[in-house]
Design a protein around this ligand. Structure first.
Ligand code: NAD
Length: 317
């Protein structure tokens, strides 16, 4: 008989971190969950609250507030810690402060002897994943960001509504930065195995581009719309993180649009960006290189250039 203890250490028990933790518990994805936060009292309160739901869950998870020493035998360290943007603060200033937050986290995690996979959700997520890789010195396949996983889920939902098809039968991706320069490679969007551009052609529809542009805009602006309505977004990203966690712990080899280091795929390198990747127990097993049109490659290149330039401006990595 083989006993396994699937363990996640979560750093940052704010709204995103705890939405992830709550979804981990409800979906019984791991056996042990350590909650770590600079605000230890908060982590303790969250651990108590989750533990009080155990009797109603289908899981017997061990949940506790811990410290960085608890990362030593974790399979995944998920990082959702961060500071909020101050009024008038520039994006790069915020990035600099979040880099300092990550310096206080990644060093102690590595010092614990952690040998697993880093999963980063803190924004700007592509750059913070790159920062984590640089600070940890880990082989880059062991450091991934949530990338455009959530944007891709939003896209599949909207296309499902548009075509009246179950989103799980829609295969389409958002690629590039998790942010304004992200884009949808429509040449690669399918319902079942039929390209959606062929569906339009077979129906004699010629003016579809405005609908596709509208859907891309809806995806790009989704976070801002939610933030205007309820100040922040957390359930969707928490569930996206659980999906990635499940793929890692189950060695599923699932195709997910995580943020990973590119090594010449699409002609890009030295940059973390969201592209479809095979995710397994090794983290990013490999990138699935799609056959993009020249225009789509250019969009990916522009997005990667932006991410490279933002990363270059950070001090201390
Ligand atoms: P939050 O303010 O609710 O939580 C942040 C937590 O980090 C707090 O509990 C805080 O105490 C902790 N923290 C701060 N500094 C720390 C340190 N040095 N060490 C340990 N813990 C520390 O914020 P949130 O709403 O949970 O958002 C967290 C991050 O997730 C933000 O960067 C947000 O932009 C990002 N986010 C990402 C996505 C995505 O798609 N990747 C989606 C939504 C939000």
């Amino acid at each position: 008989m083989r006993f396994v203890n699937r363990k996640v250490a979560l750093v940052g028990t704010g709204l995103v971190g705890m939405s992830y933790a709550y979804a981990l518990l409800n979906q019984s994805v791991c056996d042990e969950l350590a909650l770590i936060d600079i605000d230890q009292q908060r982590a303790q309160g969250e651990a108590m609250d989750l533990n009080h739901g155990l009797a109603f869950s289908g899981s017997n998870m061990k949940i506790y507030a811990g410290g960085y020493q608890d990362c030593s035998d974790a399979d995944i360290v998920a990082v959702c810690a961060g500071v909020a943007q101050k009024p008038g603060e520039s994006r790069i200033d915020l990035l600099q402060r979040n880099t300092e937050v990550f310096q206080s986290i990644v060093g102690p995690v590595v010092a614990s002897g952690f040998k697993g996979i880093f999963l980063v959700a803190t924004n700007p997520v592509d750059v913070m994943a790159h920062v984590t890789q640089a600070l940890s010195g880990f082989d880059d396949h062991r450091v991934l960001g949530t990338g455009t996983a959530l944007d891709t889920a939003r896209l599949r939902y909207l296309l499902g509504e548009y075509f009246s098809v179950d989103p799980r039968n829609v295969h389409a991706y958002v690629m590039g930065e998790h942010g304004d320069s992200e884009f949808v490679p429509w040449s690669q969007a399918m319902v079942a195995t039929k390209p959606i551009l062929d569906i339009f052609r077979s129906r004699g529809v010629t003016d579809y581009q405005k609908d596709l542009d509208h859907i891309s805009e809806e995806v790009r602006n989704a976070a801002q719309k939610i933030i205007s309505a309820k100040k922040s977004t957390y359930y969707g990203i928490g569930m996206a993180m659980v999906r990635i966690t499940r793929a890692i712990l189950g060695d599923d080899h699932s195709v997910l649009t995580v943020s990973s280091m590119l090594h010449g795929e699409y002609g890009e390198r030295d940059v973390y960006a969201g592209t479809p990747c095979i995710v397994s127990r090794d983290g990013v097993k490999r990138t699935v290189e799609l056959t993009l049109t020249p225009e789509e490659r250019e969009k990916l290149h522009d997005s990667c250039e932006l991410l490279r330039s933002v990363y270059r401006d950070i001090r201390g990595v």
